[in-house]
Design a protein around this ligand. Structure first.
Ligand code: ADP
Ligand code: MG
Length: 613
C-alpha cells in the first residue's frame, strides 16, 4: 500500500521550479521583475555561458531586512498580496511568492540585500535548497542576487537547455522586454564580460526604443495613444513598409507586463493585413492598460499569457485604434511590396537571363548595361568609392544602391537543364492566377506552384554551394549603411567572419553602424539590408547558430530561397519546363523548404472518372 506523505519544502520547490524556471531566461525574468517591484531605478544584469554557469541581477531598489531576506526564500512568501481579491488590483509583477525559493532550490543561490536605513547588508547563501549560511555583508542599499550552476543537481532539467547562444538569445529578449516596459529604469546587460547594452534612464518610450532597436527603427515608428471605456492603448507601431519575417518585434504589454497575447497579436496582424506582404509581420511596441480585474494574469506558470474577461472588446479596440492611426497618416491604402519601376527592370533582366543564378560571375549582359545610367554601372571595382559616413538614412532606390539590373550578370542556372527524359511528352499550357503553372504530361495534368518549386530548387542549390564553399559575391559600388541596436550589433560583430564566408561582407563602421560591402551573387542589393536584418532576427531567435554550421546554413538557404531570390514575374514554355526539370533533379522535389507542396498531378484516370467517361 502506498503511503501518502507531504512533500518536503525542498522537493515541492524543485517541482514548482520546473514550472516557473524552465531556462536561464526565466530566472532573469523573475529577478528583474522583483527589482522593478522593489522600485529600482537602476538594474544591472550579468550572465555567462547562456546563464548556465552564472547570472547576477543587481538593483538599487528598496532592499530587504534580514528577517525579510530569510522569509523571501520560504514558499508562498510574498509582500505583494494578502488575499486573492488583491489580484484584482494587482500593481506588481510578482504575487505568488514562488520565484526565489524555486530558483534557490535548483542552483547555487546567493542573496545580498540592504535597506536604506540599515547600516549593513544581509547575505544568505543557499545550495540546491539547503541553507549554507546567513551573515552580514557590505553593500549599497539595494539587492544583488547571484545564481550559479543552474540545474546542476537536476539533470532532467539541464538536458532541456539549448546551446549557450540560444539561451543567451532568450535572456537578451527577456531583458529587452522589461527595458521597454520601464524606460524610466536604467538597464545594463553584460554577457561574458562584455556590455551588450546599456540604456540610461529614458524620458520616453521612443528614446528607449532608439536605445534598444536603433534610431533607424525608431524613425520608422508612429506613436499611438488612445483610450475608450476603461481601455487605454499607447506605444509605437511601425509604418506599413516596415516589416519582419518573425514576430519578435511585435511586442505587447498588458498593464506593463510583457505578454504573448494571441488577442493582441491577431489584432495587430489583422490591422496590417492589406499593408504588408504575405508572411511578414508588423513591428510594434504596444501597451494596453485596463482594470486589473478585467484581465487574468494567473493562467500561465511564467505569467506569459493573460486572459481578458472580454476578448472581443479588447480586440475591436486595438484594431480600431491601429487602423485609425494608419488612416490618419495616410497609410491605410495597400502598398505594393516592391517599387514598380524596380519590378519592371528586374522583369526585363530576367527575360534576358531566363533564370537568375550565378555562382560564377561573368561579364555583364550587353542589353542590361546599355539601359542603365553610367553612374551606377557595374561594380566589379573594389569599393574605393563608398558612401560618405554621414549618409545614414537613404531613401529606397537612391543612386547609392546599385540597381539590380546591372549587378548580377545572368549565367549558369541552379542546375544544368539537360533535356530531362522524365519530361518527354510534357507540354506547358500556361499559368493560372499568376503563381500556378499548368502542364500536360503523358500521365495527365500537372499543376505546379511556381513559387514553391522555385524555392525548393534554390534552397538545394544554395545548400550545395554552401557545402562546396562555392560562394561568389559581388562588391557593391556604394556600400549600404545599416544601423542596428546595441544587441543586434554585438551579435553581428561576432558573426562578421561567418557571414563573409557566405558571401555577405559587412564592415563595422562606428558604434552600432555597419556597411554592407559585398553581397552574394544571388542577393538583390536592394533587399540586402532587409536580408541582413532577417538573418539577425534568426540569430536572435536562436534559429541560426553558426556553431552548428549545417543547421545554420540550412536556415540561411531557406531564408534566401524564400526572400532574397526573386521569382520571375512571368514565365514562358522554356522557363517553365526548365523549372520542372530542375525541380525533378532535387532530392526532395515534392515540397518547398517550408514544407508546402510544389506540385500535384491529376491522372488521366482521375479525369476520366470525374467526367464519368
Ligand atoms: P513574489 O515576487 O511573487 O512576491 P518572489 O519569490 O519573487 O515572490 O519574491 C519574494 C519576496 O521577496 C517578494 O515579495 C519581495 O518582498 C522580496 N524580494 C524579492 N526580490 C527583491 C528585491 N530585488 N528587492 C526587494 N525585495 C525583494
Ligand atoms: Mg517575484
Amino acid at each position: 500500500m502506498p503511503t501518502i506523505r507531504i512533500l518536503s519544502d525542498r522537493v515541492a520547490n524543485q517541482i514548482a521550479a520546473g514550472e516557473v524556471i524552465e531556462r536561464p531566461a526565466a530566472v532573469i525574468k523573475e529577478l528583474v521583475e522583483n527589482s522593478l517591484d522593489a522600485g529600482a531605478t537602476r538594474i544591472e544584469i550579468e550572465f555567462r555561458h547562456g546563464g548556465r554557469s552564472y547570472m547576477r541581477v543587481e538593483d538599487n531598489g528598496k532592499g530587504m531586512t534580514k528577517d525579510d531576506a530569510l522569509l523571501s526564500l520560504e514558499r508562498h512568501a510574498t509582500s505583494k498580496i494578502v488575499e486573492t481579491v488583491d489580484l484584482d488590483r494587482l500593481g506588481t509583477f510578482g504575487f505568488r511568492g514562488e520565484a526565489l525559493p524555486s530558483i534557490a532550490s535548483v542552483a547555487r543561490f546567493e542573496l545580498q540585500t540592504r535597506t536604506a536605513e540599515a547600516t549593513a547588508g544581509t547575505e544568505v547563501s543557499v545550495n540546491g535548497g539547503k541553507l549554507l549560511h546567513v551573515r552580514e555583508c557590505g553593500l549599497a542599499p539595494g539587492t544583488r542576487i547571484t545564481v550559479m550552476h543552474l540545474f546542476n543537481a537536476v539533470p532532467a532539467r539541464r538536458k532541456f537547455l539549448k546551446s549557450d547562444a540560444t539561451e543567451s538569445a532568450h535572456i537578451i529578449q527577456a531583458v529587452r522586454l522589461y527595458a521597454l516596459a520601464c524606460p524610466q529604469t536604467a538597464f545594463t546587460l553584460i554577457e561574458d564580460g562584455r556590455v551588450l547594452f546599456q540604456s540610461p534612464v529614458c524620458l520616453t518610450l521612443m528614446e528607449r526604443v532608439a536605445e534598444i532597436f536603433g534610431r533607424q527603427l525608431a524613425a520608422d515608428l508612429l506613436p499611438v495613444e488612445t483610450s475608450e471605456e476603461g481601455l487605454k492603448l499607447s506605444g509605437l507601431i511601425g509604418r506599413p513598409g516596415v516589416s519582419r519575417t518573425a514576430r519578435h518585434e511585435m511586442i505587447t504589454f498588458v498593464n506593463r507586463r510583457p505578454v504573448d497575447s494571441r488577442t493582441l497579436n491577431y489584432a495587430l496582424i489583422e490591422s496590417y493585413a492589406t499593408l504588408l506582404p504575405k508572411g511578414r509581420y508588423p513591428v510594434a511596441v504596444l501597451f494596453l492598460e485596463l482594470d486589473p480585474a478585467a484581465v487574468d494574469v494567473n493562467v500561465h506558470p511564467a505569467k506569459r499569457e493573460v486572459r481578458f474577461r472580454s476578448e472581443g472588446q479588447v480586440r475591436g479596440f486595438v484594431i480600431r485604434a491601429v487602423l485609425q492611426l494608419l488612416r490618419e497618416t495616410g497609410h491605410a491604402a495597400p502598398v505594393a511590396s516592391t517599387n514598380p519601376d524596380a519590378g519592371a527592370r528586374i522583369a526585363e533582366w530576367q527575360r534576358a537571363s531566363s533564370f537568375p543564378a550565378p555562382a560564377v560571375p561573368l561579364a555583364p549582359p550587353a542589353v542590361a548595361s546599355a539601359s542603365v545610367p553610367a553612374q551606377a554601372a557595374i561594380s566589379h571595382q573594389p569599393s574605393s568609392v563608398t558612401t560618405p559616413p554621414t549618409q545614414f538614412s537613404i531613401p529606397p532606390f537612391s543612386p547609392f544602391r546599385v540597381p539590380p539590373t546591372v549587378i548580377r550578370p545572368p549565367t549558369a542556372a541552379p542546375f544544368p537543364v539537360a533535356r530531362n527524359p522524365a519530361l518527354a511528352g510534357w507540354r506547358f499550357i500556361g499559368t493560372v492566377h499568376g503563381d500556378y503553372a499548368l502542364f500536360e504530361s503523358p500521365a495527365g495534368v500537372v499543376v505546379m506552384d511556381r513559387r514553391a518549386a522555385h524555392e525548393r530548387v534554390w534552397f538545394e542549390r544554395l545548400q550545395l554551394d554552401f557545402t562546396q564553399g562555392e560562394l561568389a559575391s559581388q562588391r557593391l559600388l556604394f556600400a549600404i549603411p545599416v544601423e542596428f541596436d546595441a544587441i543586434g550589433s554585438a551579435l553581428l560583430l561576432d558573426r562578421l567572419d561567418w557571414l563573409a564566408k557566405h558571401g555577405l561582407e559587412v564592415g563595422e563602421f562606428g558604434r552600432n553602424f555597419f556597411r554592407i560591402e559585398a553581397v552574394p551573387t544571388w542577393l538583390e542589393p536592394e533587399v540586402a539590408e532587409d536580408f541582413l536584418r532577417d538573418v539577425l532576427g534568426l540569430i536572435r531567435d536562436g534559429r541560426l547558430d553558426e556553431k552548428n554550421p549545417r543547421l545554420a546554413e540550412e536556415e540561411l538557404a531557406r531564408l534566401a530561397a524564400q526572400k532574397a531570390v526573386r521569382l520571375p514575374e512571368s514565365t514562358n514554355e522554356t522557363d517553365a519546363l526548365a523549372l520542372v526539370s530542375r525541380l525533378f533533379s532535387c532530392s526532395q522535389p515534392h515540397t518547398s523548404p517550408a514544407g508546402r507542396p510544389t506540385h500535384f498531378e491529376l491522372s488521366r484516370g482521375e479525369l476520366a472518372r470525374r467526367f464519368q467517361r
